[in-house]
Design a protein around this ligand. Structure first.
Ligand SMILES: Cc1cc2nc3c(=O)[nH]c(=O)nc-3n(C[C@H](O)[C@H](O)[C@H](O)COP(=O)(O)O)c2cc1C
Length: 201
């Protein structure tokens, strides 16, 4: 699994383009997550900068170091979350929610998420909508706006092509395009607002 760009520590100015972090949440051996993340990245507009944050390659500090109000001392990916204007969260559904790896990533950061949009691409036997709805409530606590359009992919392992790439029908491809277009709109609006409008305390 490859990202199109290397990480960059500075948040771009609002008029210099949009940077989107794709968070791939599964850390299982032989996971489906990278296949779905690659499909999402391939669908993203070429003008968008993409940073893939694969949680299987991310080591977070021990949870005993978490601050009481959220966030922690530091993490290896804090600057990459801070640099993003928007997020695509690619997550499996485990027991009607999202995995613990993703909750740890969320809890280990606070201001890095704030006042940015996210869309969710979930998958599972039944499409992952329980994971999506749990995530919406949690992300709202971090001042993350989720798009109305999100993707729930039922049994994506049944839609692989001869190269083991995810190859869904036109309806699912169109759904992703709509979610990404909505995300881009929010990313541009909120990047401008973060720079130019004070946020109520
Ligand atoms: C611990 C566990 C719990 C699961 N629970 C659900 C579930 O509640 N709903 C569902 O649709 N699929 C569930 N599944 C199936 C996963 O969504 C499916 O195996 C998916 O491929 C996992 O993503 P991954 O391969 O990227 O880890 C579960 C899988 C695991 C490992």
């Amino acid at each position: 699994m490859t990202a199109r760009i290397e990480q960059h520590p500075d948040r771009p100015a609002a008029n210099l383009g949009v940077r989107i972090a794709v968070v791939s949440a599964s850390v299982r051996k032989d996971r489906m997550g990278p296949v779905i993340a690659d499909w999402v990245i391939a669908a993203m507009d070429e003008s968008v900068e993409v940073d893939l944050i694969d949680l299987a390659e991310t080591t977070l500090p021990d949870d005993s170091l978490l601050y009481p109000g959220g966030g922690g001392t530091t993490s290896d990916v804090a600057h990459r979350i801070a640099a993003a204007d928007a997020f695509v969260i690619v997550t499996p559904e485990y027991n009607h929610s999202y995995p613990a790896s993703l909750k740890r990533l969320i809890d280990w950061h606070y201001g890095e998420w704030s006042r940015k949009p996210a869309t969710i691409v979930a998958y599972g036997v039944h499409g992952g909508y329980a994971a999506i709805e749990h995530l919406r409530g949690v992300l709202a606590e971090l001042h993350v706006v989720t798009t109305r359009r999100v993707m729930g992919l039922p049994a994506p392992w049944a839609c692989l092509d001869e190269h083991q790439r995810y190859a869904p029908d036109d309806g699912i491809r169109g759904g992703l395009a709509g979610s990404l277009a909505e995300l881009r709109w929010w990313a541009e609006v909120l990047a401008d607002a973060r720079h130019n409008r004070p946020f109520p305390a």
